[in-house]
Design a protein around this ligand. Structure first.
Ligand code: HEM
Length: 436
């Protein structure tokens, strides 16, 4: 257990200073700060994004931001920007101090050595090792398994009555966790524990947490780190075909340190299910709110791929990421100095009228829906994008095949996270199921 003073120091550096600055700027009316810190603005951020639409980069006293698709794309792909080691807005000396006080057993997927918080050359080498698990061939091989798991989950819902159920708890969360657990060699009976940890830790992606939020997430992360440590040991003794077994077996210069192995496990686990659950949940709620679009989705079985792209664009499960300028540069006609941070508002870029005609309209037939930046771009482009697409397309196709009259019954409950956008509960009612 980390001592309270050490945890308080880590929180102050990782969140406290940032929280104070963002709160001050939000009170002064800075839209970017409101987007970063205020859960009410983030529950429906789209009006706020439009207030930033006038400039390529909105310059703010605490943080800059962009909702401009071309600028966001350029920043994400440019060598002039780095991740800021997950602490983009802190001056370098304070980032270094954080590394000293941070407990390595509470590091989150946005702290180094996670892929999300490292830059080349370290990032390039690690990414190469991890990406082997996500090649097109390997994802295609998972196709059958994804169908199988989704069908089993639906069978279970039907067998247990099926006329009302919580989509997230019974389906949208279960499919991704089952798939990712297989990739990481985790047995079936651990799924509930993984989901519980994931729910507690997901908030660590958000900037400016309160000390209480930070402590609760850090406790979950600590349990996960210890669990992964033991899991890697198990895989070393009895390796399987999975990604972690492969990485744990490596020797020599390529071998990953115990912390790096835990970081890969935590990232792939978190990224693998905390996002895809939201994609599936958002899709069902969005289709329910747009009956004409739902009818079009159901009328052509081949359309599910494009439905998924439009949900990714219109209701992005990851709304933002952050980058720090590593050397003075110009982007979107703005001069940026080394050390400045930019909030890349992916959800806002995905509604840029310069790229998407009538961008606020949810249109499952949109021809260029897949030009979204929902999976980011450049060096950190989502490694699981093909897998997420496969899971969501299969999940939706099988769900609506089984329950063609499915309705969202009542008000879905949003998750309390700001970076991740999705639902904690989506109550569903159905009248009839179709046998498959
Ligand atoms: C709807 C589902 C998903 C969405 C919206 C999503 C989104 C993202 C985004 C936006 C990033 C980059 C963040 C940045 O540029 O700072 C990212 C990175 C990543 N994602 Fe995903 N993701 C999804 C599903 C998955 C799945 C299923 C996996 C793995 C099984 C996965 C694994 C990763 C990994 C490993 C990275 C880090 C890549 C790097 O930093 O080099 N993601 N994801």
């Amino acid at each position: 257990m980390t001592s309270v003073p050490r945890a308080a120091a880590a929180w102050t550096l990782a969140h406290g200073i940032q929280r104070a600055g963002l709160k001050y700027a939000a009170r002064k009316g800075q839209v970017t700060a409101q987007l970063a810190i205020d859960p009410v603005t983030m529950a429906d951020p789209f009006a706020a994004y439009e207030r930033l639409r006038g400039s390529t980069i909105d310059r703010g006293p605490v943080v800059n931001a962009t909702v401009d698709h071309a600028t966001a794309n350029q920043i994400l792909r440019s060598d002039d920007f780095g991740t800021g080691a997950g602490k983009a807005e802190l001056p370098r000396p304070l980032q270094k101090l954080f590394d000293l006080v941070a407990d390595p057993y509470t590091l989150s997927p946005v702290d180094p050595p996670s892929l999300l918080a490292t830059d080349p050359p370290e990032h390039t080498a690690h990414r190469k090792l991890v990406s082997g698990a996500f090649t097109a061939r390997k994802v295609m091989r998972l196709n059958e398994r994804v169908e199988e798991v989704a069908s089993e989950l639906l069978d279970k819902i039907v067998a247990e009555g099926g006329s009302t159920f919580d989509l997230v708890d019974r389906y949208a969360a279960r499919l991704p966790v089952a798939v990712i657990a297989e990739l990481l060699g985790i047995p079936d009976d651990e799924h509930d524990q993984l989901l519980a940890w994931g729910n507690r830790a997901a908030v660590t992606l958000d900037p400016g947490l309160t000390f209480r939020q930070y402590r609760s997430a850090a406790d979950a992360l600590r349990e996960m780190h210890h669990w992964f440590e033991a899991h890697v040991e198990r895989l070393r003794r009895k390796p399987g075909e999975d990604l972690l077994s492969g990485l744990a077996q490596m020797t020599g210069d390529d071998a990953m340190s115990p912390l790096e192995l835990r970081a890969v496990g935590l990232l792939v686990l978190g990224a693998g299910f905390e996002t895809t659950v939201n994609l599936i949940g958002n899709a069902v709620v969005d289709l329910s709110a747009h009956p004409d679009q739902r009818a079009m989705a159901l009328e052509e079985p081949d359309r599910w791929g494009n439905v998924v792209e439009e949900v990714l664009r219109w209701d992005s499960p990851v709304q933002l990421t952050m980058r720090a300028v590593v050397r003075d540069t110009e982007v979107g006609g703005e001069q940026l100095r080394a050390g400045e941070a930019v909030l890349v508002l992916l959800g806002g870029a995905n509604r840029d009228p310069k790229v998407f005609e009538n961008p606020a309209r949810f249109d499952v037939t949109r021809a260029n829906a897949d030009q979204h930046l929902a999976f980011s771009a450049g060096a950190h482009f989502c490694l699981g994008a093909s897998l997420a697409r496969l899971e969501a397309t299969t999940a939706l196709r099988l769900l609506y095949n089984r329950f063609p009259d499915l309705e969202v019954a009542g008000t879905p409950v949003r998750r309390g996270t700001r970076v991740l956008r999705g639902y904690e509960h989506v109550p569903i009612s159905t009248r009839a199921s179709v046998a498959t």
